[in-house]
Write a protein that binds this ligand. Structure first.
Ligand code: NAD
Ligand code: IPM
Ligand code: MN
Length: 363
């Protein structure tokens, strides 16, 4: 008997539930047609639940994820009614930290020349993959405020860089490059200012790079890299960086490849329960209007299928979604790039489902 693979679906806030509904329907169809052992359990954690009964994540939930689930399929969190975003930290960041999802894998691959905002840069030039460290850096909450609300107030966040944490993300980036025949790995840091933390990144990068002689390794300051990604994106294959710089560079990467509506990601601990989500947030400005682009969530679903070992189905969903972007209906966010009229979330996802069905029927 095949082992069941349980997926915890956490749609979250804003457009999260809209894109989650659209994509789970497609994943369920693929699972049924190909007899994949997937089951989907829905959880209502997010702003609404938090405001109703104070629950962020219930006691024991993290352990359940570790013990029972193969993956987490996540929408987005963030709600203007929770101004400090404490539920988002307690849900998304807590899963990244407590499940030790140290690889934040964010591909920035252009699917069609028309999606590029850069003159003369198309699908051959815009194809890099970011490995963002996902468990430390400036995100750990090693922080505090002293003399709050006085003229002498001191506020600080400490950047945490551990040798183990730095080494494992750099190794993951090189391993990915090797496995995917990428010839270049670039590390982004600010070692000219952050002598200790980023000095550690530089030293470890140099040591690890020696084990991959076939790969060109280059360390860059993040400000220079941000500029160069606009000027000469074709120079980059794999980029590895810390938590905050990775957050910023991947929104830039999304803007270079069609926008947040189509940018997918994985939060991964190899061989353990991992989380897949769009790069975008809850988009309160368009929530409830049927305007959310479901493509980022669908592509994140393809990444999840790949992580779960369903390589053919992952490719099927990925290819159908890319074809949808190139040839099918699209939501309003893509109109400035692709022209044409704006379709709704439902219209795009129904057409994507039809493309998936066609491929399933072809065998
Ligand atoms: P956002 O990604 O939610 O939205 C930025 C812009 O992109 C908005 O104009 C939005 O309409 C547009 N956009 C985003 N996703 C889209 C989609 N699928 N289709 C069409 N347009 C889309 O970022 P923000 O506005 O800075 O943040 C809103 C909230 O989401 C905040 O609370 C933030 O903390 C949270 N957030 C959560 C995550 C996450 O859960 N992973 C990621 C980023 C932001
Ligand atoms: C992302 C988001 C998150 C981050 C927020 C919502 C905490 O911007 O996943 O990119 O900063 O990591
Ligand atoms: Mn972000």
């Amino acid at each position: 008997m095949t082992t069941q693979q349980k997926i915890a679906v956490i749609p979250g806030d804003g457009i999260g539930p809209e894109v989650a509904r659209a994509s789970v329907r497609i994943l369920e169809r693929i699972a049924a047609a190909r007899s994949l052992p997937l089951t989907f359990d829905w959880f209502d954690f997010g702003a609404e639940r938090y405001l109703k009964d104070g629950t962020i994540l219930p006691d024991g939930f993290m352990q359940r994820l570790r013990d029972e689930y193969a993956a987490i399929y996540f929408g987005a969190v963030g709600d203007p009614r929770v101004p400090g975003n404490e539920h988002a930290k307690g849900i998304l960041l807590a899963m990244r930290f407590e499940l030790d999802l140290y690889v934040n894998l964010r591909p920035c691959i252009l699917f069609d020349d028309r999606l590029s905002p850069l003159k003369g840069k198309g699908t051959n030039e815009l194809r890099f993959t970011v490995f963002r460290e996902n468990t430390e850096g400036l995100y750990t909450g090693t922080a505090g405020t002293f003399k709050k609300d006085t003229p002498d107030e001191i506020a600080q966040e400490v950047e945490v860089n551990t040798r183990k944490g730095v080494e494992r993300i750099i190794v993951a980036a090189f391993e990915f490059a090797r496995a995917n025949k990428q010839t270049r790995v670039c590390m982004a840091d600010k070692a000219n200012v952050m002598l200790h933390g980023h000095g550690l990144w530089r030293r470890v990068f140099a040591i690890v790079a020696k084990r991959y002689p076939e790969i060109q390794a280059k360390a860059m300051y993040v400000d220079a890299l941000a500029m160069d990604l606009i000027r000469a994106p074709e120079s980059y294959g794999v980029i590895v960086t810390n938590n905050l710089f990775g957050d910023i560079l991947t929104d830039l990467g999304a803007a270079l490849t069609g926008g947040l509506g189509i940018a997918a990601s994985g939060n991964i601990h190899p061989d353990r329960v991992s989380l897949f989500e769009p790069v975008h947030g809850s988009a309160p400005d368009i929530a409830g209007k049927g305007k959310a682009n479901p493509v980022a969530m669908a592509l994140s679903g393809a990444m999840m299928l790949e992580h779960l070992g369903h390589l053919r189905e992952a490719k099927l969903l990925h290819d159908a979604t890319v074809e949808q972007v190139r040839e099918g209906k699209h939501t309003a966010d893509l109109v400035p790039l692709l022209g044409g009229a704006a379709s709704s979330t439902e219209e795009v996802s129904a057409e994507l489902l039809a493309r998936v069905e066609r491929r399933l029927a072809e065998g």
